[in-house]
Design a protein around this ligand. Structure first.
Ligand code: HSE
Length: 309
């Protein structure tokens, strides 16, 4: 039995415009790294948090990784304890699935220490308890792609079913992270509880069209369907210049552009030839609002969280 393991967990784009809370994909650009080490003292402790966000709770029950590993440790009936060292590579409150990545990285690393490791669906359930600490609600659209890799549809919460959706070859994801923070709790809190029937029908058609386009490699259908008519309009005003950023991406030839998760990162799916132009134009729109940005052009990450040491 090993007593120390390090896992890498990638950043993720949740919702992917058309699948609020059920669809997400992993990206190759950045991620969090978590090292789990067995200790004699029972329980879960966070030894350190370094990297892009250091002022996160060190108390395990209030930390996404800590909470998720507590669930795993209890579920596995482990004696003794485990210590976590978290290296954040994903900016805090960026909409790139940072809390999910720490939770997933934690459970993948700690799982490697178990005499009988849990399967991925159990790891998903453990990581969900960590995500709940961060965002105040259980949603799986960051955790599932972070753990499984690729573009992932999750059906169900109590008994989640995972479907990895094929992504047409050559699709790249442009990510623009304007330098501002948006808390997921806040961005969820402002959403209206009811959706007009016409928007419901339109969004359903878009989700169905998007998935059909992915399965049939039909970029025209993907472009046509790649629009969030329910959630994005309610959140757009939280991100200065969002409408212009989106317009710029589409004018550069993107397949679609929307808010990554709860924002403020904006993502655009592009074919390779259009990606650089879209990135430049999107950055320029945020700059016109006085916002500097970090940016990446990333492939859809196919593997998900994994042990790296
Ligand atoms: N689906 C969630 C939301 C993702 O948009 O609120 C947040 O990480």
């Amino acid at each position: 039995m090993i007593d120390k393991a390090t896992a890498f967990a990638p950043a993720t784009v949740a919702n992917v415009a058309v699948g609020f809370d059920i669809l997400g994909h992993a990206v190759q650009a950045i991620g969090d790294t978590v090292t789990a080490t067995r200790s004699a003292e029972p329980g879960v402790r966070i030894r350190s948090i370094t990297g892009t966000a250091e002022d996160l709770p060190l108390e395990a029950a209030r930390n996404t990784a800590g909470r998720a590993v507590m669930t795993l440790w209890e579920k596995a009936g482990m004696d003794g304890g485990v210590e976590l060292e978290i290296v954040k590579g994903i900016p805090l409150k960026s909409g790139l699935g940072g809390s999910a990545a720490s939770a997933v990285g934690g459970v993948v690393a700690a799982n490697a220490l178990l005499p009988s490791p849990l399967d991925k669906l159990d790891l998903l359930r453990c990581a969900m308890t960590g995500e709940e600490v961060a965002s105040g609600s259980v949603h799986v659209d960051n955790i599932s792609p972070c753990l499984f890799g690729g573009l992932v549809l999750t059906v169900g919460i109590d008994d989640p079913r995972i479907k990895q959706i094929p992504v047409p070859p050559g699709v790249h994801c442009v990510l623009i992270h304007p330098h501002m923070h948006l808390a997921t709790k806040e961005a969820r809190g402002l959403l209206q509880a009811a959706v007009p029937m016409s928007e419901f029908v339109w969004q359903m058609a878009n989700l169905a069209g998007f998935l059909a386009g992915c399965y049939s490699n039909d970029l025209d259908v993907i472009r046509e369907a790649f629009q969030d008519v329910v959630v994005e309009p309610q959140r757009a005003s939280l991100i200065p210049g969002f409408a212009k950023v989106r317009e710029a991406a589409m004018a550069a030839g993107a397949l679609g552009c929307s808010i990554s998760g709860a924002g403020p990162t904006v993502f655009a799916w592009c074919e390779e030839a259009q990606a650089e132009q879209a990135k430049r134009d999107m950055i320029a729109c945020f700059a016109a609002e006085g916002l500097d940005s970090d940016s990446w052009i990333s492939a859809i990450e196919p593997v998900g969280a994994r042990i790296i040491g």
